[in-house]
Ligand binder design. Sequence first.
Ligand code: CA
Ligand code: CA
Length: 254
Amino acid sequence: MKSLSLLINCVIVLALTVNHDSMAIDNFAIEFKGDGKTRVIAPDSDSLDITGNLTMEAWVFPTATSGSAIIVNKENSWECALQSNILKAAIKAAEWAWHGGGEVPLNKWTFVAVTFDKKEHHTFVNGKYEASRANQGKIQPTDEAFHVGWRPCCNNEPFTGIIDEVRISNVSRYQKNKNFAVPNREFTPDGNTIVLYHFNEGKGQKAKDTSKFKNDGELDGGAKFVKSKAPIKFAAVEPEDKLTTMWAQIKAYP
Ligand SMILES: [Ca+2]
Ligand SMILES: [Ca+2]
């Protein structure tokens, strides 16, 4: 009996291993044409009405310089963009104006982050602290939709290039004057994650939000999935992951 159960275990483990390999999903991202139509859009929601601490992050691969190329936008509330290749943000607290710092080159993958702590907003490029701007108070919430690569204002300030791994959080994840290690894996959602798009669907029109708030996006105006070469591995296997759970069950098998 013991050798039989051992054999069964081996077969199950082999099956899981094969299954896991065949799941070898490709990494995808979204390509934006910069034509004023291409966007990812998610409807307004209570969770998107962030009024306190905030972090906006993404991997970006711009292919053209423009006066303003939106990365993420919640109009009249918070947004960040590349303006002549410089990372900037506008957050509607004491002021609604573009400020920032940190150069983002064309045709390279760069990790950009903006944080707000109700006193200032801060920009970070590839984990390096770049600039701060005083902007006291709470952020004004709006009923506007959430967008990637586009804004419903100002000739849309469209992004040209590829964007991957968009995360919006209601916490300030990085601090003024402090650098941090560039993430080498996809993020996993935590309690402060409001939006997390891996964009790994690869086809169709839906961008699934892996946060608990389900701010799913829709690809619109010709936005399309393309293979991503952003230098990140897939998210670490989470404890609640099915494979891990099954593995624990197998190990518990007498
Ligand atoms: Ca709202
Ligand atoms: Ca991706």
